[in-house]
Ligand binder design. Structure first.
Ligand code: ASP
Length: 432
């Protein structure tokens, strides 16, 4: 049995929905389908979810949101008409949603209606059963999934029907509608796959899998054929986002493989995310990165022997809402790297550390990029880190930071932002 999830671009209009229909029809094992809200039809288009957030923002500011809601209405009515489903019912549901938003329902409720309507339409069109996740998927305040959700969903998913389920939302503990973070339909798909102990979780999107590097930087990077859950999370945490990183947790323990596939090119083999893979032939799966880091460098004699000093620096950073993503401690100094957007009060922070902790030296350096080279084979193969550092030095790039060992499957290299593209291209060429 296969659980399928289709992303917004796979449901953006009728011609995309017909592709979904063909994919589902081609394999009777595809019995449970999770849908996102319709996404962009072209680059200037707006996603339904964004339109619904706008409706809520206008309504809660006391403004008229009828123009924004009419744009949502138009898209669904168009899809409904083209698919030949019961239009008056759809129109009544849209009226009801508009009324509920006008009465002050939450942003989560407004946004969730994108998936709700999409699943309703698709279920009617395909003659499948619509299964709402309200009251079945319980989302804790911190966004995590309450394990009771698996039992609740599994009871409903037994039987022989084909189900269409809206992604992205469930209920909070108090029963109100609650969404996951953006892109959260991937999480709903993972919960459903776990709940019905699926053999496979197919995640249908508009790319033919996860690429070994960012195609905006590297020319035609290869597609990753197989990647482990852990590698996929590491790659996503430092840039490459095809699959929501929180969607791994529900299925990792059950070891259900995820298959990333392209709705527009179903014949492409895609990427499989699995528990284990053979890392001998392909020790490294990919390279990804992000710009926009700031380094805070603090020097104090015997710093390493004084853990309180480090705790105090981190406490000051926490007070200013700064959570370092990377750090490295030397004998007499420490470097902490965090997203530059967090460093709004940089001067104040530096002054506070200076006055409260009296370091020997303190400086900060913005415009750092971090690059992660990820692969389960990194630990056991010899010479990969040498190859990577040779590649960047031959490309004329200076490494500002290197960290291997925090995670045994990722080597992180910091470079100046101006060298980011050159370094990434050079590393890709060395490992691909
Ligand atoms: N529609 C939601 C979003 O745009 C959730 C999803 O597509 O997964 O973030």
């Amino acid at each position: 049995m296969t659980v399928c999830k289709f992303g917004g671009s796979s449901l953006a209009d009728t011609s995309q929905i017909k592709k979904v229909e063909a994919i589902l029809a081609s394999d009777p094992g595809r019995k449970v389908t999770i849908v996102s809200a319709p996404g962009k039809r072209h680059s200037e288009d707006i996603k339904i979810t964004d339109m619904l957030y706008t409706c809520h923002a206008e309504a809660s500011a006391g403004k008229s949101f009828s123009e924004s809601f009419n744009a949502v209405r138009k898209r669904y009515m168009e899809i409904g008409q083209e698919l030949g489903i019961g239009i008056s019912n759809l129109s009544d549901t849209l009226d009801q949603i508009e009324l509920t938003i006008s009465r002050g329902e939450s942003a989560d409720y407004a946004a969730s209606r994108g998936e709700y309507l999409c699943a309703k339409i698709l279920a009617e069109y395909l003659g499948s059963e619509f299964l709402d996740t309200e009251g079945l998927i319980i989302i804790a305040d911190d966004g995590s999934v309450d394990p009771v959700s698996y039992e609740l969903l599994s009871e409903k998913l037994s039987g022989d029907s084909n189900f269409i389920i809206p992604g992205f939302y469930g209920s909070a503990k108090d029963g109100s509608v609650k969404t996951f973070t953006r892109g959260g339909s991937d999480i709903t798909g993972a919960i459903a796959a776990r709940a019905c102990n699926a053999d496979l979780y197919e995640n249908w999107t508009d790319v033919s899998g996860i690429l070994m590097a960012d195609p905006r930087i590297v020319n035609e990077p290869k597609t990753i054929a197989e990647i482990t859950y852990e590698e996929a999370r590491e790659l996503a945490s430092i840039g490459a986002a095809v699959f929501h990183e929180e969607a791994i947790a529900p299925i990792r323990d059950a070891a259900i493989p995820i298959h990333i596939k392209n709705t527009n090119k179903p014949e492409d083999s895609g990427t499989k995310i699995v528990l284990h893979r053979d890392d001998q032939s392909q020790p490294i799966v990919g390279v990804s990165g992000k710009i926009g880091y700031t380094r805070l460098f603090v020097k104090k004699l015997f710093l390493q022997k004084n853990p309180n000093f480090i705790i105090k620096i981190k406490t000051i950073l926490t007070i200013y809402g700064i959570e370092p993503e990377f750090s490295s401690v030397g004998f007499d100094s420490i470097s902490l790297f965090f997203n530059t957007n967090m460093a709004g009060n940089k001067e104040e922070i530096l002054t506070r550390i200076l006055t409260e902790l009296e370091p020997d030296e303190i400086s900060s350096d913005a415009k750092i990029a971090m690059i992660g080279v990820v692969g389960e084979g990194l630990y056991d193969s010899k010479g990969i880190i040498a190859k990577v550092s040779t590649a960047i030095s031959e490309a004329g790039v200076a490494a500002r930071y290197i960290n291997y060992g925090g995670s045994l499957i990722t080597c992180v290299i910091g470079v100046d932002e101006t060298d980011y593209k050159t370094a990434l291209e050079a590393i890709y060429s060395a490992i691909a």
